[in-house]
Design a protein around this ligand. Structure first.
Ligand SMILES: Cc1cc2nc3c(=O)[nH]c(=O)nc-3n(C[C@H](O)[C@H](O)[C@H](O)COP(=O)(O)OP(=O)(O)OC[C@H]3O[C@@H](n4cnc5c(N)ncnc54)[C@H](O)[C@@H]3O)c2cc1C
Length: 405
């Protein structure tokens, strides 16, 4: 079934890499399968800004798979190791200790690093980022009751850290230049409502760009553009996005443009090298990289299908979630494609959803504590269904019935 593909090496043990090896095995790949990861043991990242940061889950509890799973699936896990070079022409990858691994196919699942914008003083030990479990451990040590933390960026991760920090008893200042943040992803109404929740929880929100961070005897002094008064806090957290890790591809002459460029089967410009997850970007489509958990997981399934010569997973409208201040937010489709919106349930109430429509079709939905609505919306989007706005807006109408037509 797999032709001459007998050995696959997956580089990176995040959700994209682990999903790739899982889908290869469940799809029947019976060759040699190796997963190399720089970290201690492959773990999941979303809890890092939620339960793990709040001390509600341990490192073992955020493992993507148990140690036993790798044994049972005969996946050779090489952790605490870096792949330092690809040699696709020789069918090999090189590890940091000089070892060479034979590979008929290499899957790059290398994720990225948290961005550190060029702001004076961001290299201070009081300035934190959040991408890895080590970052979260460092952050947990400073997010102690009574400390003051300033978070730069009120996007998905910044807002989640703000929520966790308040939960842990910190005083929080949240700085963001755009108003409201995440308007493109959530639509302006929901974005503004969600941002306002911070103030309800006692968080000080400040508009403006951070221009400098300077260590002082009592903490770190932060200057914000447009504000005369600097703020002195105990710690700063940067939540301003990630930088894709593409150095291996660049070193091997593989095409990179704001991420690994891949085709619809996740194949890079070198046919023996595939790429998945946060750093992968579809060639020819000028859309940003997804940078969400499910997208990375699906990339892994698609890459496995390509290696196996099997049918790829059925395409679905993109979906992601985020949690803040005890509200569970899910987004499906692209709100930026919507011409108008329809609200279901009382806006701002216990559970509600905002559907984005283009013509009479649903193109997106944002649901707050309303998973049923988002699941139904996804199926409506996938089927390009024409939906009556009045029925959508009426919480008494069962969305699953609408789906049945
Ligand atoms: C704090 C946080 C919270 C998040 N919350 C959400 C959420 O609520 N909802 C959501 O949809 N998404 C969320 N995300 C996004 C989601 O977690 C990412 O999209 C996903 O982790 C991407 O997976 P990945 O496998 O592409 O990359 P990563 O998870 O970054 O994994 C890449 C792995 O590759 C390893 N690696 C890199 N280079 C090498 C090398 N040369 N050799 C060996 N190993 C290497 C790294 O050590 C790393 O383990 C969150 C992300 C973060 C950081």
């Amino acid at each position: 079934m797999t032709g001459s593909i007998d050995r696959v090496v997956v580089v990176g043990g995040g959700i994209a890499g682990v999903s790739t090896v899982g889908a290869l095995r469940s799809g029947g790949f019976d060759g040699e399968l190796t997963l190399v990861d720089a970290g201690e043991f492959p773990y999941d990242r979303p809890p890092l800004s939620k339960e793990y940061l709040c001390g509600e889950r341990t490192f073992e509890q955020i493992a993507l798979r148990s140690p036993r799973w790798y044994q049972d699936e005969e996946v050779r896990l090489i952790n605490l190791s870096m792949v330092t070079a690809l040699r696709p022409a020789e069918g090999k990858v090189e590890l940091g200790d000089g070892r060479l691994l034979a590979a008929d196919r290499v899957v790059l699942a290398t994720g990225g690093q948290a961005a550190r914008p060029p702001i004076a003083g961001v290299d201070s030990r009081r300035v934190h980022v959040l991408r890895t479990a080590d970052d979260a451990d460092r952050l947990r040590r400073v997010l102690v009751s009574g400390s003051t933390v300033l978070i730069v960026g009120a996007g998905l991760i910044g807002a989640e850290v703000a929520s966790a920090a308040v939960e842990l008893g910190c005083k929080v200042v949240l700085v963001e230049p755009t108003s409201p943040p995440l308007a493109a992803a959530l639509g302006v109404e929901v974005a503004a409502w969600l941002h306002a929740l911070h103030a309800d929880r006692g968080i000080t929100t400040v508009a403006g760009p951070v221009v400098s961070c300077t260590e002082v005897s009592s903490g770190i002094e932060v200057r914000i553009g447009g504000h005369a008064q600097a703020r002195v806090v105990d710690a700063v957290v940067l939540g301003v996005g990630m930088v894709p890790e593409t150095s291996l591809a660049l070193g091997a002459g593989i095409e990179v443009d704001r991420g690994f460029l891949v085709d619809s089967g996740q194949v890079t410009s070198n046919p023996a090298v595939l790429a998945v997850g946060d750093p992968a970007r579809c060639r020819g489509r000028d859309v940003p990289r997804a940078e969400h958990w499910e997208a990375a997981q699906l990339d892994g399934q698609r890459a496995a299908a390509t290696v196996l010569g099997a049918a790829p997973p059925v395409p679905m409208a993109p979906w992601f979630w985020t949690d803040r201040h005890h509200r569970h937010v899910e987004v499906v489709g692209r709100m930026s494609d919507a011409e108008r919106t329809v609200t279901r349930g009382a806006f701002g109430g216990r559970a509600f959803s905002v559907f984005g429509l283009r013509g009479d079709s649903i193109v997106a939905a944002v649901a707050i504590d309303d998973s049923i609505a988002v699941r139904a919306a996804r199926r409506m989007i996938d089927r390009s269904m024409i939906v009556d706005s009045a029925s959508l807006a009426d919480p008494a109408v069962d969305l699953r019935k609408l789906l049945r037509g």
